[in-house]
Design a protein around this ligand. Structure first.
Ligand code: BDR
Ligand code: CA
Length: 316
């Protein structure tokens, strides 16, 4: 099976991404690396440990990543993040803390070691800021050519951002890191808002989880209902909540879920548009394209996979 690392700022859709990965027998989740964003890094790590326990997978190791953006000295959770993900990141739902601790190895070293061990069999899926992978590449630049694939949730090619007219939240947290990654030549697929806002979940589906009558089902339903309520307030025109992070996992498991466009990308790091993902005009005519940008998704098929995999996981 393909080896998978999830790099998460464990909020609600990150938690759903964990469930999707654990429900996918095509991949083996070999570790979760923690980042900051929806919550502080330590809170995200705590959530990841608790959630993997709740889903019956205490073997999944969790590694602490860097606590703030590459060019910053600290990080604070924004009011918007709290509104969307709750103050604990998982919709203010209480689940038991894990008795496990994060691993002593850092997220950055674990990423490098995993590339050395698994090479092309490794897929790395960041669904928060790109700070950890950026630091890993700075420390061991050769991993760019050794890693199997990077499937990232972030950015937007043909639509607006979500924290500003230009910027999507994950890229906005650390535009410099994302820009270095995009221009590094690493084989990355960008799963941005163009596609994730076409994959929506409603109360109809969360009720199916509640009806399971299991701890995992109740947790998924209560947590995700919080997220849907937040979307009803922030983006009522959508009619559901965006399955951003689970779609990145979906694409890592089955790339045919999306249609992609080969394009060398960059991130604006200066001026008013800081955080915008855009074609790199110095490499547009380069015959070698190192990135793929998702431009369309088979939303029905994805939603079906999403519900089947997560519901089966939550049945136990
Ligand atoms: C992304 O931002 C975070 O709030 C979500 O978890 C997702 O990764 C969507 O822009
Ligand atoms: Ca996320």
């Amino acid at each position: 099976a393909t080896k998978l690392i999830l790099d998460l700022d464990t909020g609600i859709d990150d938690a759903l991404a964990i469930a999707y990965a654990l429900g996918s027998s095509e991949v083996e989740l070999i570790g979760i690396t923690g980042t900051y964003g929806n919550v502080k890094v330590d809170d995200g790590v705590r959530n990841s440990l608790a959630i993997t326990d709740l889903f019956g997978h205490p073997e999944v190791k969790v590694y602490r990543g860097l606590p703030h953006a590459s060019a910053a000295e600290s990080f604070a959770v924004s009011d918007i993040s709290r509104l969307i993900h709750g103050s604990n990141g998982i919709g203010d739902v209480d689940i038991p803390d894990s008795s496990r601790e994060p691993e002593s190895e850092s997220a950055v070293d674990f990423i490098i070691d995993a590339v050395k061990t698994y090479g092309k069999d490794l897929v790395y899926v960041p669904t928060g800021p790109m700070t950890n992978i950026d630091a890993a590449i700075a420390k061991a630049p050769e991993i760019i050519n050794e890693i199997g694939a990077i499937v990232l949730m972030g950015g937007a090619l043909t639509v607006c951002g979500n924290v500003s007219p230009w910027a999507e939240a994950n890229i906005d947290q650390d535009p410099d890191a994302a820009n270095r990654l995009f221009r590094s030549g690493a084989p990355a697929t960008m799963v941005g808002l163009d596609v994730t806002l076409k994959t929506l979940l409603t109360y109809q589906q969360t009720q199916r989880w509640r009806d399971l009558g299991t701890k995992a089902g109740n947790f998924l339903a209560d947590m995700t209902d919080y997220y849907i309520r937040a979307y009803e307030v922030a983006s009522p025109h959508l009619g559901g909540c965006g399955l951003h992070d689970p779609l990145a996992v979906g694409v890592a498991v089955d790339p045919t879920l999306v249609r992609t466009f080969d394009l060398n990308m960059q991130v604006d790091v200066q001026g008013a548009t800081r955080g915008r993902t855009i074609g790199d005009n110095t490499r547009l005519n380069d015959p070698v394209k190192t990135m793929k940008v998702a431009v369309d998704v088979d939303a029905r098929r994805f939603l079906n996979e999403f519900m089947t995999r997560i519901t089966t996981l939550a049945e136990q």
